[in-house]
Design a protein around this ligand. Structure first.
Ligand code: URA
Ligand code: SF4
Length: 286
């Protein structure tokens, strides 16, 4: 595999070697690395690699750096079946997935992103116009509102994991079709399994239906349901709350309950661990 990302990594390594050889100080090395930029020749995104080795991407048309990992560094020839993929392999597979007709009109697939060990996972519907261009979830108007809702409860975007039920934009933002939802489901199932969040917030009807088939959001919003050791909380979609002023205070109020739900779900996990008959501590009682 040879590509611009590998070359960029080599350039960063060369700076590290100059430091190891005593040509520059640690501070000079880190400053140099922080100034290095890679412009993606396909999408126009700008990338950097932190001195600690983490990749950051500033999507074309965006002014914020967010952690990401270049799909070009994941070998497409070595992808296992979806239930065995890691998050990077899912992003790689989604990037050129053709499992449903939505692939034909997407600009870029939007795998989802965030903290791989997040307590809180948010599941939206599907990419819109801006998401489709930036390959990031919730970056348009509803994304700004989502950032605000998270900010109100002391969460940053990078604290949570954000995904969608379909990873490619439905043309003209139409509803995703049942066969598209089904085709895409394995990716989301695996993302949930890997992140293993304590609380999942469903945003909009299609992610709500995964857990509350046929329910009405105006009746059940903000009311958690326990599934195993996890709480699922249906919420209005931020876009709907932006368009329907009467729902705005509701979604703000529902978000305010989330820190308590995370604490509640954390206690389920601890209670289970304490009662686990296989745990060493428990065995020592016999
Ligand atoms: N709306 C969604 O449901 N998901 C996104 O990623 C963006 C807007
Ligand atoms: Fe594949 Fe999902 Fe995109 Fe359909 S929406 S092409 S299943 S990634």
């Amino acid at each position: 595999m040879s590509n611009q990302f590998l070359e960029f990594q080599d350039q960063v390594e060369a700076v590290k070697r100059r430091c190891a050889n005593g040509e520059i100080t640690d501070t000079e090395r880190d400053d140099l690395i922080r100034q290095m930029r890679l412009e993606d020749e396909v999408w126009g995104d700008v990338w950097m690699l932190s001195p600690a080795g983490d990749w950051f991407r500033k999507a074309k048309g965006s002014d914020s750096w967010l952690g990401d990992y270049p799909v070009a560094l994941v070998d497409p020839a070595a992808l296992p079946p979806i239930p065995q993929m890691d998050l990077r392999q899912i992003a790689r597979a989604v990037h050129d997935c053709t499992r449903c007709p939505l692939h034909s009109e997407r600009t870029r697939a939007v795998p989802g992103e965030g903290n791989s060990k997040a307590d809180l996972m948010l599941i939206g519907e599907g990419p819109g116009f801006h998401e489709d261009r930036q390959a990031r979830p919730f970056v348009g108007a509803s994304g700004k509102f989502l950032d605000e809702l998270l900010g109100n409860i002391g969460y940053k975007r990078t604290d949570v994991f954000i995904a969608n039920v379909v990873k490619c934009r439905p043309p003209k933002n139409r509803d995703p079709q049942p066969e598209e939802l089904e085709a895409c489901q394995d990716y989301l199932d695996r993302q949930i399994e890997l992140v293993d969040p304590k609380v999942i917030v469903t945003l909009g009807r299609f992610s709500m239906y995964r857990y509350f088939p046929g329910a009405s959001i105006s009746k059940i919003h903000g009311q958690p349901k326990r599934v195993g050791n996890r709480l699922i909380v249906p919420m209005f979609h931020p876009a709907a709350a932006l368009h329907q002023p009467k729902w705005r205070p509701q979604i703000i109020e529902d978000f305010e309950k989330l820190p308590q739900f995370v604490a509640d779900a954390t206690s389920f996990t601890q209670a289970k661990d304490e009662l686990d008959p296989d745990s060493a501590e428990q065995l020592s009682l016999f």
